[in-house]
Design a binder for this molecule. Sequence first.
Ligand code: FMN
Length: 186
Amino acid sequence: MKKSLGVKTYIFPQPVLIIATYDEHGQPNAMNAAWGGMADDNEIMVCLGSHKTTANLAINKACTIAIGDIKNVTACDYVGITSANNTPDKFTKTGWTTTKSAFVNAPIINELPLTLECSLIKIVDGLKYFFRIENVSADESILTDGKVDLNKFQPICFEPAEHSYRALGAKVGQAFSEGRKLNYDK
Ligand SMILES: Cc1cc2nc3c(=O)[nH]c(=O)nc-3n(C[C@H](O)[C@H](O)[C@H](O)COP(=O)(O)O)c2cc1C
């Protein structure tokens, strides 16, 4: 028997996207965003309220979006509960360092191993931010044969029921393949 839970943001899991921008002085900032995902082959949509990050996006029209990982869970949460509007040295407190992206005017956080370098395409209804992926950069340490290897990279995800961060679990099947077991037409 199923029970109605009402309207909840219950997509399990949600990503932990760390959005990094430069401010008006060229100083890096970062925030955490879980309300986002793929919007097209090369586009991402993230729902953003009003933050220092969105003020920075208005200036530079660019950001990087890194995937939070287990090693960085404390800093990933910190940038989601502290605003650079109130804590000017917010980014310094993370201990993270940055390198300017070669593709967009935004900082890459060196300590996060997987980063999407993005340009802002449009804002819909004041809060749906659409970004084009201009490049993806990854630490060699998380790659096998040029592909991201989840035996080496440990992303975290946001779990909306009890607001926890979770590691990904074991591989349980091969996409675009597992379902062939039910294909009796071939
Ligand atoms: C787990 C988590 C997920 C979040 N997801 C979003 C989100 O999707 N959109 C958003 O606008 N804020 C989100 N936030 C809140 C921002 O990260 C937060 O307001 C942050 O302080 C903004 O920083 P800034 O003002 O320095 O840019 C999230 C925070 C946490 C901890």
